[in-house]
Write a protein that binds this ligand. Structure first.
Ligand SMILES: CC(C)(COP(=O)(O)OP(=O)(O)OC[C@H]1O[C@@H](n2cnc3c(N)ncnc32)[C@H](O)[C@@H]1OP(=O)(O)O)[C@@H](O)C(=O)NCCC(=O)NCCS
Length: 151
């Protein structure tokens, strides 16, 4: 059987339905477990960011991520989330690489991100290095500043 990362492709959400799915998964994975209300997953930079979305065969979001340009040479990844039941099947890596390529095409030479402690090893295996201790989210989720050169 094909691994999920080969079965499903990354798209950029365009329709209202795709954006609903996109934000729903972001909220479910990154906000709901900390009792944050719907809407708390959205910020003011959505319109100027690039978004990646993987839908399953039922049209449900199973992986989402966003990248934005911080300055002309540096992109920043935010809101990486893979649905719990399909983790470990290459979807996170696939969506991250897709957005890194998009940022590179816009001129980015490096990518920065603040990684949740539980995700640091995932980013290491995607070529990032841990450069500093960053902020604490919701009083309990330690983040680490990580970066990768796009070469
Ligand atoms: C972190 C997350 C995005 C990883 O997505 P995923 O689809 O499960 O990851 P992949 O299957 O693409 O894994 C890619 C590589 O990272 C490794 N990896 C993934 N999650 C890992 C973890 N928690 N610890 C150690 N290694 C991990 C995999 O083993 C794989 O390595 P390999 O290619 O050498 O075998 C996913 O677990 C998730 O959504 N977590 C909850 C939300 C979160 O913390 N998001 C990050 C916010 S900064």
């Amino acid at each position: 059987m094909l691994p999920l990362s080969e079965k499903y492709k990354v798209i950029e959400p365009l329709t209202e339905e795709e954006f609903d799915q996109y934000f729903l998964l972001r909220w479910k994975v990154l906000r709901k477990p900390w009792n944050q209300p719907p809407g708390s997953e959205v910020d003011f930079n959505e319109a100027t960011s690039m978004h990646g979305l993987i839908l399953n065969s039922h049209g449900k979001a199973i992986a989402v991520c966003r990248i934005e340009m911080r300055d002309v040479l540096t992109a920043q990844v935010r809101y990486m989330a893979v649905s719990e039941e399909v983790r470990g099947q290459g979807l996170g890596r696939k969506i991250l690489h897709y957005l890194e390529k998009k940022a590179k095409n816009k001129g980015a030479r490096r990518v920065y991100l603040d990684a949740r402690e539980n995700a640091v090893d995932f980013y290491v295996s995607c070529g990032y290095r841990n450069i500093k201790t960053s902020y604490l989210l919701f009083g309990e989720i330690q983040h680490y500043g990580m970066e990768k050169s796009l070469g």
